[in-house]
Design a protein around this ligand. Sequence first.
Ligand code: FEO
Ligand code: CA
Ligand code: CA
Ligand code: CA
Length: 743
Amino acid sequence: MKESKTSLGMPVIDPDDIGHNQSTSQSLTELVAVRMSRRRLLGFGLASGGMALLGACGGSDGGGEPGGGDGGPDDPDPTPQVRLGFEAVPRHLDDLVAIPAGYTATVLFRLGDPMAAGVPAYLNDGTDDPATYDRRAGDHHDGMSFFGMGADGKWSPTAADRGLLVMNHEAITPVFLHPTGQSTEGSGVDQVRTDADEVLREFYIHGVSVIEVARTDGKWTYRQDSGFNRRVHTLTEMEFAGPAAGTDYLKTKYSPDGTRTRGTLNNCANGVTPWGTYLTCEENWAGYFRRVASTDDSQRSARELASFRRYGVSGNGRELWATMSPDTADDLYGRWNTEVRGASMTDDYRNGAFTYGWVVEIDPFRPDSTPRKRTALGRFGHEGACLGPVVAGQPLVWYMGDDARNEYLFKFVSAANWDPADATGGLAAGDKYMDDGTLYVARFDDSGTGEWIELRYGVNGIDASNADYPFADQADVVINPRLAADVVGATRMDRPEWTSINPKNGDVYLTLTNTNASSRPIDATDAANPRFYNDPKGAAQTAQRGNPNGHIVRLAEAGRNGAALGFEWDVYLFGARSSAPADVNLSELSDDNDFSSPDGLWFSEATPGLLWLETDDGAYTDVTNCMLLAALPGEVGDGSRRTITNVDGDTVRMQETIVGKAPGAEGLRRFLVGPKGCEITGIAESGDGRALFVNIQHPGEDTDEEDIGDPSKYQSHWPDGGNARPRSATLVITRDDGGLVGL
Ligand code: FEO
Ligand code: CA
Ligand code: CA
Ligand code: CA
């Protein structure tokens, strides 16, 4: 949503906002009146099923007390009613973090902070030595998990005072990274980067951080000299695993046998495994590659061109890395050029774009291990990968949003059934459960039911007979699941972001951050993406017409079985201004809990049923900065079916949908509002639920490069204050009485 000027001198739209789905699947222009069954598909008994819920994408298995009562440290009752126990934080537009009375927020880990012995403190004026950035905190902190660590240095889910905090660094705010922004020459397709130090900084500052954190005398700090600290970045060697590994699609000059690549990029949300490893998810990777059509189209096959169109691989390349010259012997810059330049696919990087867009597994407890890109989970704009309920003897399931307008919700179901003996298996367990399985895509029907459709070569029309894109094999399907999902009629959604599982009942939640009128016109709504309206801030702006405030869909798998092929769904919450009309503010939000553009979404494990909700907004930003809310949701089907009136100028259309029970003050409350220009994203808790880690991403990102010499014009100075350049940072939030956060 945010439109700003980059150091490259051009106004850019958030790449998240670019849609590439031209397919017509589920473009519902007519209403289908169908009876909604209020009955759950099957009863769900956690206790009776012998189900051990690990769930929750962001964190490892919490071992804290269930329930919480008043949440005080001495609360003896294991099953009291959970209630939100803080006063709502008002909306604000100030350059600060606001939290409820009785809580303390501390800055733990900022952009540039040193992560190894001997690395000096960050000067934060653009002059820090580029060679040190592989041992400094990255930029744009995003998805994050806490892995408790025992005295033996191994994963211990119940450890509460010491652990590894693993987090993504999605992207950069270039204006603040270098002395005066990015140095370039030329314009248009001829614009080039000119400073190798700046480019090296940027290579290092994307990716993932692993840091050791500990609570001593009630205070959380990270250990600068821990042997576990690690940066994974765009130069880190990675292995491919799963159906696409070793195929022609992934062959490059760097890896002629298609088994390896360098780096990970645009790491957005995250996930975990039941064996204590971290999943980092590559989201808007496509834009980083250079592929100027005028030089490249004629040398590409029709299938390649269809794939590039569907994934948005075209243009100069965000950050212009491919333009730095002269290149190095190992193609430091040329690897970002995905044009045909050599004699064959092993002489250039024409396949470079196929080596990104994956879920990547990292073992944080083995700093020397090589991360693995798990190709069975498909290649798309991965937001996150949320682990479903873990049940011995049943398959493992990960839910995954593809974050672009009109993209899909996917899930991966392992072929192997879970054996708890693999809980110490590390990356070898990943080989067992994540390299062989089935990828599905969701279709949400207006009836309130839905179906998971298998994406497998030779099934459901995914084969060589498909006219738009003749599929060649299963590797082709996992490399192009968007194209496969188009074939089977999956439902195009309003930008799928995070998923999370309610450990109390297994409901799967999915944030749909927002969409606009050009991506979903008023005659293209459906029951699961039902709204079209004009947001008052931008009546004249295209971006504010459509569904600018977003919503949250949830689904209940048939039989509460993650491998099920059917589900029931409803809309848990609609983002809106509290002042909006009833057909827009469908969840009856108040001044204490209204929000816009939900993105991060994460169920606590220490307090089952407690949901945290984070926003990445550009619509309600005339009234408030982005925020974190706490919620206690009910369940799929707790509301009612309803017909809403959508309006676009003179056009009026009725749309049926299924609205979850309005949350009220007891069910949803604003907990934190961040500084100017930020997004709130990434969330994790210590094993006992008494420390909440929250990331503040890109404060001040709307600062113009031309103002870098005048700190008074910076949009934000958070967190250091004064005249400082702003920095993305991790917060630790604790309750002053030591109790469970949020209760
Ligand atoms: Fe990187 Fe979908 O937010
Ligand atoms: Ca996100
Ligand atoms: Ca987002
Ligand atoms: Ca972001």
